[in-house]
Design a protein around this ligand. Structure first.
Ligand code: CA
Length: 226
């Protein structure tokens, strides 16, 4: 399958030129012409790499990068007309993988794209679930928030796993009991609520994030709003 590249660039002529070259090289290309749309598309997780202009309408490239990095490790190459050391440093500090100054030779851009794609951590191939800053490596039984590891018991892990698999869907207590505890509960139980509280303490409260939401009278949902 062709690698899909997201190009966030407001100079339409340049964007079209880069798009044509990338397609010629066999990449799939999606374009966005402002920062807000670009961020929205970048967060979809559909792209293998992002080319990100710095001077953009609606939301600057730096801001797009900052927000994207809360959620995603997708390789990002910054494009900019400016060539100051300050830009370069702040771009790389904010989590850009590489940097290219306009005007650039298309061959150079292609070389950097190939390098960035090669460098991509193998972890992305692994079975990883991600919701905002929350990440779960299912095979290794590891949970992290912003890269910092969270110690969970087996039951907490299983509960979080089920919620993350169903991210953004509200799951009822009954359904959670059924899938995580695995038996038909008879009568009143607050097991789910108790374990949700454990997860909240270890994740939401410990990292000052809002990921585990209660939907009153319905159940629970794991989601992250930018
Ligand atoms: Ca621009």
């Amino acid at each position: 399958m062709a690698e899909k590249i997201l190009l966030i660039e407001d100079e339409e002529k340049l964007a079209r030129m880069v798009e044509l070259e990338l397609r010629y090289e066999g990449y799939e290309v999606e374009k966005a012409f402002d920062g807000r749309t670009g961020l929205e598309r970048a967060l979809s997780g559909e792209h293998g790499l992002i080319l990100l202009d710095i001077m953009l309408p609606a939301l600057s490239g730096m801001e797009v990068l900052r927000r994207l990095r809360r959620e995603s490790t997708v390789p990002v190459i910054m494009l900019t007309a400016r060539d100051t050391v300050v830009d370069k440093v702040s771009g790389l500090d904010s989590g850009a993988d590489d940097y290219i100054t306009k005007p650039f030779a298309i061959e150079e851009l292609l070389a950097r794209i190939r390098a960035a794609l090669r460098k991509r951590p193998a972890q992305q191939e692994a079975h990883t679930l991600t919701v905002g800053p929350l990440s779960m490596d299912v095979d290794r039984h590891e949970v992290t928030v912003n890269g910092e590891s969270v110690e969970l018991t087996r039951r907490e892990f299983d509960l979080l796993h089920y919620l993350m698999e169903n991210r953004e869907k509200v799951i009822s207590r009954e359904s959670l009991l059924d899938h995580v505890w695995g038996f038909d509960f008879v009568g009143e139980t607050n097991a789910v609520d108790v374990y949700i509280r454990f997860l909240r303490t270890k994740i939401d409260e410990a990292f000052h994030v809002k990921l585990i939401h209660t939907v009153r009278g319905v159940g629970y949902v794991v989601k992250y709003d930018v």
